[in-house]
Write a protein that binds this ligand. Sequence first.
Ligand SMILES: C=C(O[C@@H]1C=C(C(=O)O)C=C[C@H]1O)C(=O)O
Length: 409
Amino acid sequence: MTTAPASRIGQRLRVRTAHAPDVDLLGRLPAPTGALSWVRGGSGLVGWGEAARFETSGPDRFAAADRWWRAFTADLDVDDELGVPGSGPVAFASMAFDDHPGHSVLVVPEVVVGRRDGRAWVTTIGDHEPRGTTPVRGPSRVRYADGELSVTAYREAVRAAVGRMRAGELDKVVLAHDLLAVADVEIDHRFLLRGLARRYPGCWVYAVDGLVGATPELLLRRTGRVVDSRVLAGTTWPRDGASDEELAAALLSSPKDREEHGYAVASLVEALRPFCSTLSVDGPSVLRLPNVSHLSSDVVGRLGGTPSLLALGAALHPTAAVGGTPRAGAVRVIRELEGLDRGRYAGPVGWIDANGDGELGIALRCARVEGRTARLFAGCGLVAGSDPDTEVREAHAKMRPVREALEGR
Ligand SMILES: C=C(O[C@@H]1C=C(C(=O)O)C=C[C@H]1O)C(=O)O
């Protein structure tokens, strides 16, 4: 489905990017809903309004989105003072995890505010009315209820998956479950974004079409011919009686976590290598966040040609950080054992520009927000040596960022 404004018909849509005074990006978002965000440590992009939107689903969703974006950007009247990645026309993207069900969406905002390396800019796309900013409000009470997959059912699903891996059916699978949070007032997406940005400055704080979160994992960034990725898999979390150093050392030397991590890196590298003339992996090291620590590897490559970020995303998704190994078998096991509509959770999320550059993270540590309700998701990578009770605790730790941001803690 596509929508474009009336001003588009018979004339080219005007896009203007101009330098702007330095800004607090999240502070610019005018309204409680409709926020578009991809911000890390104060840099990135925010947007609002809808100059155009494209929705799609199914196995060809990346190709369909890529085609639509090329056609859309081919027919614009662009005046870009900066000419850097993220200036000029930009779409925020959020792709479904699975082929079915689930919809994927590209939103082209009316206004984009960007900031990088101390430079800020504003892009306007089409006609738009300047809007006043409403105050940001948090809920005073949040209640929780089981989602589609309760904790008890999740533990059973993990147990079943471990059994199938011990029987040799597959090597790794990532199973997730959900949790419903109901607030006493409509949830202001900006309240969540600000809370997440304050506690997780090293994560990408994102919002696209009601999916709001803070992900530490970068599926792929394309800047011209350079691509880079941050692969995470293998997790520990703070617990009584263990220092951060002890936990990090135990994680680095844990065979189970290194096995999980190895599958995730291999899946990314195998899918990316055909596009690259050079490719290198640095890791794993330990990435420490307030709620969890992960084994983390950085991958950097040089592209042989100029495939767009969406075309690359089609080849990479889902990596074994959120799917499993082998990929197709793992996705089948996820459908069968989770029985959950992941929607856009664990799918690629981020932004793209008219040159095919951009950043796609993996939509983790997030909630689908609708009115007073937020549906939180978290998953864990499983191998034959995984323990169901430990995985339940790990999923709980991964839900902390959104829970605490919702509760204003
Ligand atoms: C699936 C999630 O996280 C992924 C799974 C991890 C693991 O199992 O160790 C670590 C980071 C992510 O790649 C999630 O947060 O929901």
